[in-house]
Write a protein that binds this ligand. Structure first.
Ligand code: MRU
Length: 369
């Protein structure tokens, strides 16, 4: 996977038998690509959000199993399977809310377990990990097209967090819709709430849209209600980390506030997510595990204390938007509408897979060790 004009370095790359990511903790000040050569480094990169966004951590998680095999250098198939099981457990649980991570890890682990030599196990893992990436790339393109058609007359989009190229293996989910609109020649501009406390909106969404030449305005999260009420937003489009069987949507903390405020202002609220983000085993949003992060992310800003020491801090990384507040969900197989229990079940049962993007850049990097 390489990047095209205006795209910047690719978020996740497997090339020359190595797993590399763009370290997102350093953006926008510095574009540094780092190599993940051990399971410890893979887990650390996911936990500290050097790679982040549900589909992107799924892509890294899948290839993390190949890294584990290379690091462990098993002498027997039994040993290779033990490494897959142990590394799969560690990587697959590094962050709990985005279902794409455990989904991708389980998928690659199951495929590789079938190998009857050490080499076959490793090759099956590599091929499946690349499939996860290629499929997400294709899914992003397809959901972007569906979203752009639905929003053909809505040009002023508010999003949240970063659900773009940096968060996926393709052009993004919510921002994929924005890129597809731009590609179709529609005027489009984006409002990006900064997304406290780690500023994915201010640091990442503005960075990737700005370099793609798409007008973007950053605002404090707390200004979003006023913006939505002012008539300056035609639609809210966000990504998702996990969507329950009934359509409840877990996404970055603050999404729920935007959905409530959008409903009050009469602004439609859309979610863009690949089928890999749906979790049919979770009946409704109350059952979704919400990642609680280090209080230090709140207690300090720019290295300075924001609270007296030892004040209690609650730092949930995600919230759940009830399905009643979701106008529609853009997926690679089409636009899902209420009743979500029915439309989600049908979409997941359809088994349709989007065509893999035949981009020669993409193929080139999947054809090596
Ligand atoms: O904590 P993060 O930065 O990984 O959270 C990411 C989000 O909440 C995104 O909106 C979500 O993963 C969808 S990305 C296509």
């Amino acid at each position: 996977m390489t990047s095209g004009p205006g795209e910047g370095p690719a978020t996740v790359v497997w090339a020359d038998g190595r797993l590399r990511i763009l370290d997102q903790t350093l953006l926008p000040a510095e574009e540094r690509v780092i190599e993940l050569t051990t399971v410890d480094l893979v887990v650390d990169a996911i936990v500290r959000l050097a790679v982040r966004g549900a589909p992107a951590i799924g892509g890294v998680g899948g290839y993390g199993l190949v890294v584990a095999l290379d690091e462990g250098a098993p002498a027997t198939v039994t040993e290779a399977r033990r490494i897959l099981a142990e590394a799969g457990e560690r990587i697959g649980t590094a962050r709990p809310t985005a279902v794409n991570l455990s989904w991708a890890v389980n998928r690659v682990r199951s495929a590789a377990m079938g190998g009857d030599t050490v080499e076959a196990v490793r090759e099956l893992a590599r091929v499946e990990a690349q499939r996860v990436i290629d499929e997400d790339r294709a899914a992003c393109a397809a959901m972007g097209r569906h979203g752009a058609t639905e929003l053909a007359t809505r040009h002023r989009i508010m999003t949240h967090c970063n659900a773009g190229r940096l968060a996926t293996l393709g052009i993004g989910t919510a921002l994929g819709v924005v890129y597809a609109k731009s590609e179709a020649g529609h005027p489009v501009e984006v409002y990006a709430p900064e997304t406290r406390p780690l500023l994915q909106g201010a640091r990442l969404t503005s960075w990737e849209l700005h370099r793609a030449g798409i007008p973007v305005t950053v605002l404090p999260d707390s200004a979003a209600a006023m913006l939505l009420g002012s008539g300056r937003v035609d639609a809210v489009v966000v990504g998702a980390d996990r969507i329950a069987a009934n359509g409840d949507v877990a996404n970055k903390i603050g999404t729920l506030s935007h959905a409530v405020n959008a409903a009050r202002a009469g602004v439609p609220f859309y979610v863009a997510a690949p089928l890999s983000t749906f979790d049919p085993d979770t009946a409704h949003g109350d059952k979704i595990e919400i990642e609680l992060r280090d209080p230090g992310e709140i207690r300090f800003f720019n290295g300075k204390a924001t609270t007296p020491p030892d004040v209690e801090v609650w730092n949930p990384a995600f919230d759940v938007t009830p399905h009643e507040l979701v106008t529609a969900i853009f997926t690679e197989v089409g636009v899902l509408r209420p009743d979500y229990t029915r439309s989600i079940a049908e979409a997941l049962a359809s088994g349709s897979q989007p065509q893999i993007d035949p981009d020669p850049d993409n193929q080139g990097e999947s054809h090596e060790s």
